[in-house]
Every structure is written in C-alpha cells, then in structure tokens.
Design a protein around this ligand. Structure first.
Ligand code: G3I
Length: 376
C-alpha cells in the first residue's frame, strides 16, 4: 500500500456514513479562512489531499461557549481526551459504557470531522481502579483482546485511526528495554504490544493502527534513550510482522528545553524507512518556565509550535498533526497534579492557539497555519 493510502481508504469509508441527527451542529463557526460552516474546508487544514489537522477535545469542552465553533471551523479531525479510554468505557470488568464516546463521534460527524481514537491500551495509572483487583497473568490477554475487539467493533466505520498502544516507552522506566511498567506488562509481559495490534487488526482492519510514542522530541539524555528504545521496539515489531501501521509522535513539548534537531530528524527518517506512517498526535507546548509578559510568552510558545512543525518538512509519510491543547482555558497542564507543572508566578499556562476567552492568538495561528501548508 502506498503512502497515505490507508488513511485515504479509511476516509472514503468514513465519508459514506449517514450522519446522525441527534446532536447539535455548530451553527455559526468562527472562522477567518476557509469555506462555509461544516463544509469540507477547514481553516487550519492545508489544501492538499488527505492531510489531517486535528484537535483534542472532550464532551465538556465541546459544550462550552465558543469552543465547538472553533474546533469545527478549523479542524478536520477530532480526538477525545478521555472519552475512549478504559476509565470511561469500562466502569466495571463486565460492563461497557459508550455514551460519551458516541457523543464525541456524533459531534464529529455533525461537523465534518473524522475521529482519531485514543486509546486502546495504556500502562498508565490512569486506568480503572478495578485493574488492581481483577487483572492478572491468567486473564490479562483475554481482557485486552476482548476490550479491543468490542470497542473497535462498536466504533466500526466511525473512527479513522486508533492509538492501539499508548506510550510503550517512557524515560523513567527502569527496564532495560525502556517499556512503560504497569498493569499490561505485569499481566502479559512485553508481548502485550503485539497482542494489542493483532487484536486490533482482527477486530476491524480498516482504521490506521498506531503505536503512540512519548518524549522523543527533545535534546536530553532521557529522550536520547527514549528515541533509541522506541526505534528498537518499532523495528522489532515490523520485523516480527506485528500489524502496526504508524508511529504517533505525541509532541508534548517544553518551550524551554531544546529540540533534538538532527537527532530527531534522523529518528523520523528511520521510522519512515521501516515503511510506517508518521503522525503528530498530541502537540502542545508547556510554558511552565517561560518568563515575561503574556505577549512575550505567546511569542515564545508560538515560535516553539512553528519551529517544531517545520522539522517535518519533507517527511512524506506524515499525514496528520493533532493539537492536544488548542485553548488556554482547557489546558491539562493547569489541572495536572504534578507540582513540576505549576508556574512559579501562579499564573495559568498559555499553551493554546486560542486564549482563555477563545480569542485567537493571531500571530501564533498564522505561523502555525503557514507551516502546516508546507507539510503536505
Ligand atoms: O472527570 C473527572 C471528574 O468527574 C472528577 O471530579 C475529577 C477529579 O479529579 O477528575 C475528572 O477526570 C479527570 C480527567 O482528566 C478529565 O478532566 C482525571 O482525574 C484526570 O486524570 C484526567 O487526566 C487526563 C490524563 O490524560 C489521564 O487520563 C487528561 O485530561 C488528558 O489530557 C491526559 O492526556 C494524556 C494522553 O491521554 C496521553 N498522553 C499524555 C496526555 C497528557 O497527559
């Protein structure tokens, strides 16, 4: 299959769906560029075939003033922050709750956006509490396979791509392979990754299957190791014919930590050489250490977005850039419990392209829009 063909097929499939009429359509999109409300033209999306520019949002954000209009006007892809995680979908070991996930899918369909599913499997502590008492070595594989099967079949034809395995490698792992320790490693071992991809391919072969990777963008010893461990894993999966199709680069960046530059571009090239597609899946900029006035901070954050994205010029296998935090108002950094994410001056972060009142930061917006034009 040539580049972008998998997403193209999935798009063609998704666009043939009848749109549900149960949710409010965004009636008056606030756009500066692009075509009519809900039309195929989205203001931030470059005018080229099958390139996706997405945003992360949950049901909460999408029912607040102005946010849904901005999302619908600018993006052709939507990913739910939490609504498709195990925490939401699996209140108990034996039950599924698709209410909020369906709400997200309906919002997207009503507003001509595709859905990127996040995520089918993550070793994080952000899993249902019942994992601790229920998951074990004898049932782990079955739970993982059943979940992936049921969830992918439920959303069949409605989700264009899935983060099948989220954050396989983390910098703070004490394992020699760098894998994220957690419930799936405990219950299944490192093969949880191949188990998940095989289950996904079996459940619904259409959506793009992504390994969503974390902390590989900066020039730090931790991230040097992260890139090496991630590449080793990707190559091993490809060699073992595990049905992985793409690598997601999360891209939660820090405005005051240098980018890895050539080391990052080499990392991308090596992924491309394996034949896999590349997506930027969770882009935002942490400005915890950035000093200065709000205007100064916006300039630094805007430049960080631009400079990071510019590195993807010429990466032909890139077909999506998804922004995780489009507005200062709904910023996970502001609500995260980690004290390292609190600003010394007590002010809120300014990571968004839109501010607290959903007003566009024009310079940031324009520079992101122009760099996106160069990526396809
Ligand atoms: O909805 C409940 C609310 O009912 C409750 O009162 C409140 C009390 O803490 O919690 C609310 O849930 C929180 C949820 O976000 C919605 O706001 C969870 O505690 C909180 O853990 C959860 O955080 C999410 C985090 O992943 C963990 O799942 C963030 O929103 C989300 O942005 C973040 O996203 C991750 C990606 O999935 C993977 N990559 C990194 C990225 C950023 O950390």
């Amino acid at each position: 299959m040539n580049r972008r063909q998998i997403l193209r097929d999935a798009l063609a499939f998704g666009s043939s769906l009848a749109l549900a009429n149960t949710l409010p359509t965004v009636a008056s999109a606030q756009r500066r560029h692009g075509g009519g409300v809900g039309g195929a033209s989205k203001a931030l999306v470059p005018q080229c075939n099958q390139f996706f520019v997405g945003c992360q949002a949950g049901k909460y954000e999408l029912t607040q003033p102005n946010f849904p209009q901005v999302a619908a006007a600018n993006f052709n892809l939507l990913t739910p922050g939490n609504e498709m995680k195990w925490t939401k979908l699996r209140p108990t070991p034996d039950t599924f709750n698709f209410t909020d996930g369906d709400w997200i899918v309906n919002f997207a369909q009503q507003n001509q956006m595709q859905v990127h599913g996040h995520n089918l499997c993550w070793n994080s502590t952000a899993n249902p509490a019942w994992f601790k008492t229920t998951l074990n070595k004898s049932n782990g594989k079955q739970y993982l396979t059943d979940h992936i099967t049921k969830v992918m079949q439920h959303f069949k034809g409605q989700v264009i791509s899935w983060d099948v395995v989220n954050e396989p490698v983390v910098p703070w792992s004490k394992r020699p392979d760098g894998l994220y320790p957690g419930p799936w490693i405990d219950a299944i071992g490192p093969d949880y990754i191949s188990t998940a991809f095989h289950a996904a391919a079996e459940a619904d072969p259409k959506p793009l299957r992504i390994l969503n990777c974390y902390q590989v963008e900066h020039d730090t010893p931790d991230q040097d190791r992260g890139r090496a461990n991630t590449l080793a894993l990707v190559k091993k999966l490809v060699q073992q014919k595990v049905p992985i199709q793409a690598v997601g680069i999360e891209s939660h960046l820090n405005a005051t930590t240098p980018l890895a530059g050539q080391k990052f571009r080499d990392f991308l090239s090596e992924i491309v050489q394996t034949g896999l597609q590349v997506l930027v899946t969770e882009l935002d900029i942490d400005d915890t250490e950035v000093q200065g006035s709000p205007a100064d901070r916006d300039k630094i954050v805007g430049k960080a977005y631009h400079d990071y994205l510019a590195q993807f010029k010429g990466i032909s296998n890139l077909n999506a850039v998804i922004f995780w935090t489009i507005s200062d108002k709904f910023d996970w950094l502001n609500t995260a419990k980690d004290p390292k994410l609190k600003r010394m001056d007590g002010q809120a972060h300014r990571t968004g392209v839109w501010d607290q009142s959903m007003k566009e930061k024009t310079q940031t917006y324009d520079s992101i829009r122009s760099v996106l034009q160069t990526l396809c």
